[in-house]
Design a protein around this ligand. Structure first.
Ligand SMILES: [Zn+2]
Length: 318
């Protein structure tokens, strides 16, 4: 072979190789470009462009529905979004309400914003009333938003023996059995529990409320009694407890019985329904005497998480 031919072949090989390399580089760049392009179409990229960090974008995408993300992309960055969606009791379905309520109530902490919206306390008491879900059994919720029908009568109501109560009283069988256990354990520690008032039907609640309303007006009546259908006493799962020597609503909180209940009632399935400092969620002033049966498991959880039954219901059951 001549030297000239030899060189030609070598040159061709070099061109060929260079071509391969160029193709390779272009492919890599093409893929890179395509990936970049694809990434730029993602919500993550668009959120980052709005000023959210990558971490915040990831959280938002996890916690908010796509349609809401689209709305966010049309608005200025909201600094408080992350603190809303990372609150323990955040519920996606309430997202718009949280934003709206927060905008109008920035003085509240984020825990309160979330809790109030969850339990409907972002509305006025009795403003928007829904029917209580009576299929929830021991977890039936009755408050200033959830109402029992006029003809509702709890199943398995039994009479409370006069040994344990003042006057005539009824509660559900399961709550009664739990109370008897609790009564016995309390008595062993020289604590005496007396049921003062338990089940009331719609009609008697109505009479109580209307008497107050006719005498003092609606505002005063609302502060003293639940409207008919809205009293937890109508569930047959709640009662007011006193103990000898502490038989008024103003002094029961100072009793040993109250301290004992706070420590042990959950072990028998009872919860303090209207705790001190939670008026803005329950709609009721602190009622040390009012106890509610929910069963041991839920009572333990409510006590452990230090939440009201309204919050428990909204987050875990609704
Ligand atoms: Zn009560």
């Amino acid at each position: 072979m001549k030297i000239g031919n030899h060189l030609k072949i070598k040159k061709k090989a070099i061109y060929f190789l260079a071509g391969i390399v160029a193709l390779f580089v272009m492919t890599i760049l093409g893929i890179q470009y395509y990936n970049d392009y694809k990434y730029q179409q993602t919500y993550e990229f668009k959120l980052i462009e709005k000023g959210y960090t990558k971490e915040e974008a990831t959280i938002l995408l996890e916690k908010i529905k796509e349609e809401k993300i689209l709305e966010l992309l049309n608005e200025e960055k909201k600094d408080y979004l992350i603190s809303i969606v990372t609150e323990k009791y955040y519920l996606e379905k309430n997202f718009d309400q949280y934003l709206d309520f927060y905008e109008k109530n920035k003085k509240h902490g984020m825990y309160d914003i979330i809790a109030m919206v969850n339990v409907h306390a972002n509305q006025e008491w009795y403003e928007k009333i829904e029917e209580s879900d009576t299929t929830k059994g021991n977890l039936l919720l009755v408050n200033k938003y959830y109402q029992l029908k006029e003809d509702y009568v709890p199943d398995n109501l039994v009479s409370v023996s006069n040994w344990y109560c003042y006057g005539t009283n009824k509660i559900t069988k399961e709550a009664y059995d739990a109370f008897l256990n609790m009564y016995q354990k309390a008595e062993e520690q020289n604590i005496k529990l007396i049921i003062n008032s338990s089940y009331r039907d719609f009609k008697s609640q109505e009479a109580t409320y209307n008497n107050l309303k006719n005498s003092f007006g609606q505002k005063k009546a609302d502060s003293q009694a639940a409207r008919p259908g809205h009293s937890e006493h109508e569930t047959g799962l709640a009662f007011d407890i006193f103990s000898p020597g502490n038989t008024t609503t103003s002094n029961f909180k100072d009793s040993e019985a109250y301290q004992w209940l706070k420590e042990h009632a959950n072990e028998y399935g009872f919860i303090e329904r209207y705790p001190e400092g939670k008026e803005y969620l329950t709609g009721y002033n602190f009622e040390s005497w009012h106890w509610r049966y929910v069963g041991t498991e839920i009572a333990n959880k409510i006590k452990e998480e230090q939440i009201t039954f309204d919050e428990y219901y909204a987050y875990y059951l609704e």
